[in-house]
Design a protein around this ligand. Structure first.
Ligand code: S3P
Length: 450
């Protein structure tokens, strides 16, 4: 799953109106969790609409290596036959998570809850990312960690014979950290408590309840979320339909807003309120964005997101909104470049530890394409109103969302925008170029490639 550093560059060209209705692939967060929870459930969990992208396929391979049976039939239905909580086996080979932070960190929690040893490896991007945020609480739960490079991959975990149930206040707003603690706590003999001062995506909580775990969420005295999980539940197999990923839908939605004359609908998008911060922000910017055909499926709100090209205006994005749009700041910054007036985003410290340092990658990408930008330690100011956008090449640093965001920028630019590598798009959204082309987007190999 490693990507060649040479990369596959691509240019996005100014495109005519984008029109049409598309469906984006399944939600990445729910896809990872469906496979993992199925792996610790006795019986057959069926998953429709699983995201078939490198990150999630890495989790499927890891669950197989840990003893679960994971298959896909010709129609795209995935089946996971699990081993029950506490039943995972020691893998015979290393677990390679490629580029996937969620796959690796959640599996660390799962493996940490078992008295087995497993070695975690990843690509150059994942090997740079901090793992201490997950390893610190796991150590308190009794997990032994062998990491030679300062709590970074590659590392080996060995779970204890009996997991210690802890109370843990997550120091950073991270659903991955919260989930790793809960997954380790699944096999503890007591109650694991996670306190979240700031709410992050709650798929782990919702899905564990769906699988039959005794998990409750209450409000603490200062409004924090207090999550209590009773260990060693007997989980029941589920039939899961994964809704479309709002973080993938975001690219077509912003493209539809900034390319003149466009009319685009993305159907079947997950609208969990802890994921929809981008849509709220776009509406504040004056976007013609409506939710149609809203419904509830599998306990989640889903709808079709319809946009028409709009004159956007710059806004100040409240920092407390960050967790509900944490993966969407790169594409929001592209929308901001086409707005009248400045857009100010703050509270972005977590962007520095994503697949790349996204704050810096976005700032450089915008500047390379003529958009004035001010990068602060935890903030970004995008100056709107640039007359001529494009003409630059953007280094993507093994980051799929940087690649897709800047390709979208080129569709509405006055000159092509080139990204140095499109290979990483396959980690989360392999059909991105095909779907965008179907809407009318134009891409070509860069003219001046050496
Ligand atoms: C995810 C949590 C977020 C997000 C990532 C998916 C998850 O990461 O950026 O793409 O599925 O739990 P953090 O928990 O590090 O914020």
């Amino acid at each position: 799953m490693a990507h060649a550093s040479a990369g596959t560059p691509l240019s996005a060209l100014a495109s005519g109106p984008l029109t049409g209705r598309i469906r984006v692939p399944g939600d990445k967060s729910i896809s990872h969790r469906s496979l993992m929870f199925g792996a610790v459930t006795v019986g057959e969990t069926r998953i429709e609409g699983l995201l078939e992208a490198e990150d999630v396929l890495g989790t499927a391979a890891a669950m197989r290596a840990l003893g679960a049976t994971v298959t896909r039939d010709g129609e795209g239905l995935w089946r996971v036959s699990g081993l029950g909580v506490g039943g995972l086996l020691e893998p015979e080979s290393v677990l390679d998570f490629g580029n996937a932070g969620t796959g690796s960190r959640l599996t660390m929690g799962l493996v940490g809850g078992h008295a087995v040893a497993a070695t975690f490896v990843g690509d150059a991007s994942l090997s740079r990312r901090p793992m201490g945020r997950v390893l610190d609480p796991l150590r308190r739960m009794g997990v032994e960690v062998i990491a030679r490079k300062g709590d970074r991959l590659p590392l080996t975990l060995r779970g204890p014979d009996t997991v210690i149930p802890i109370e843990y206040r997550v120091p950073v707003p991270s659903a991955q950290v919260k989930s790793a603690v809960l997954l380790c706590g699944l096999n503890s003999p007591g109650v694991t408590t996670v306190i979240e001062p700031v709410a992050t995506r709650d798929h782990t909580e919702r899905m564990l309840v769906g699988f039959g775990a005794a998990l409750e969420v209450t409000a603490g005295p200062a409004g924090e979320r207090v999550i209590r999980l009773q260990g060693r539940p007997s989980l029941k197999p589920q039939a899961i339909t994964v809704p479309g990923d709002p973080s993938s839908a975001a690219f077509a939605i912003v493209a539809g807003l900034i390319v003149p004359g466009s009319d685009v609908t993305v159907e079947n998008v997950l609208l969990n309120p802890l994921r929809t911060g981008l849509f709220t922000t776009l509406l504040e910017m004056g976007a013609d964005l409506t939710i149609e055909n809203e419904r509830v499926t599998g306990g989640e709100r889903i709808g079709d997101v319809h946009v028409r090209s709009s004159r956007l205006k710059g806004v100040a994005v409240p920092p407390e909104r960050a967790p509900s749009m944490i993966d969407e700041y790169p594409i929001l910054s592209v929308a901001a470049a086409f707005a009248e007036g400045d857009t100010f985003m703050d509270g972005l410290e977590e962007l520095r530890v994503k697949e790349s340092d996204r704050l810096s990658a976005v700032a450089h990408g915008l500047a390379a394409n003529g958009v004035p930008v001010e990068e602060g330690e935890t903030s970004l100011k995008v100056i709107g109103g640039t007359r001529r956008i494009g003409g630059g090449t953007v280094p993507t640093h093994l980051d799929h969302r940087i690649a897709m965001s800047f390709l979208v920028m080129g569709l509405a630019g006055q000159a092509p925008v080139t990204v140095d590598d499109t290979a990483t798009i396959a980690t989360s959204f392999p059909s991105f170029l095909g779907l965008m082309t179907g809407l009318g987007a134009r891409f070509e190999a860069p003219q001046s490639a050496d």
